[in-house]
Design a protein around this ligand. Sequence first.
Ligand SMILES: [Zn+2]
Length: 395
Amino acid sequence: MGDQRENGRQQILDVIRTTESIARIDIAKATGMSPATVTSITAELLSAGLIEEVAPDASAESRRGRPRVALRICGKARLIAGIKVSHHLISAVLTDFVGEELASHEMPLSQGRMPVQDLCTQILRTLEIACQKGNLSINDLSGVGVGIAGMVDAERNFVYWSSSLDERNVSLGDALAQVLPCPVFLDNDANLVAKAEHLFGEGRTCENFIVITIEHGVGMGIVIDGKIYRGSRGCGAELGHTKVHLEGALCQCGQRGCLEAYVGDYALLREANLSSGGARHATLASLFEAAQNGDAVARSILDRARRMFAMGLANVVNIFDPSKIILAGARLSFDHLYSDKVIEEMRHWVVQVDAPLPEVIVHDWGDLMWAKGAAAYGIEEVTTQTVKELANAAA
Ligand SMILES: [Zn+2]
């Protein structure tokens, strides 16, 4: 009975959140609960301050002529933060409980890979500045969602390996809990982009889709039946570390022949500087410019990256057959991986059937949008936790 009530609370909060505002009778219809149960649970959520009543719009009267009072999530109920740890940048966004952005801050990092304590200090500092900017107190935070590249067990807030940390097997959630005043919810960064796409991006109307992120490395988020698929150890969806070459190029994960060892930023620069016999290209922009100016070596490096990436995309289609693939990244100005040529080449490697290929969409997110995905995860987890607390209080 208690469980049923807990599920009911969660279900009602979910319905209210997805509809923005909704009358009690429509909640009953949407959830299949009795109007009496809806009234009793919403009364509880109202008194807990999680939802609020919206004054009825006089022009939008119900069929019986009596204006209906709608309910919506109370934005002020909780303060949430989303963090995205990139290779040389930490982005933080603060949102209310509805997901409305209140403040943000981006902090450059002098090094990409660091000890766990240093990363915790940098995250805390970024959050403090974001709070200052928004005139908010860090102590008012109810939860922080954190997205980081690598193999992350979201259930245990545990990082097996990340290109941002200089050691393996790190309880990053525990380490962050030592410095932050609220619960921390950790996930792989590509999963959080997939969450952001599902909640407010290109995946809104789609229940089965794949997000592929290209940054320092190559990430993937899988959404099946509207839910993120994480694998049993939290190590799934590592498209960047699928093997495309036996005994091939060395990857930052320590193995050889991984896809990202051919298409990641670091891999391209490594190749470019190898072949020039020195540090000719310090940035991807410089390599890209050389290719555009007809430099044969630069062209061949980008060309191979494009073909490798197309092969990776085709493998994804052959395994998952998603209805949509969203290519997301902040560096889309380097369009060798996002061009029509890539899609064309992918076509050759996809198993041929008489049905249209999945739609491939390019979506240019900034780092702050990734942080927003992390905040959305924070909101979700804080909601679940709050519902549990209500259940315990009622027991
Ligand atoms: Zn690898």
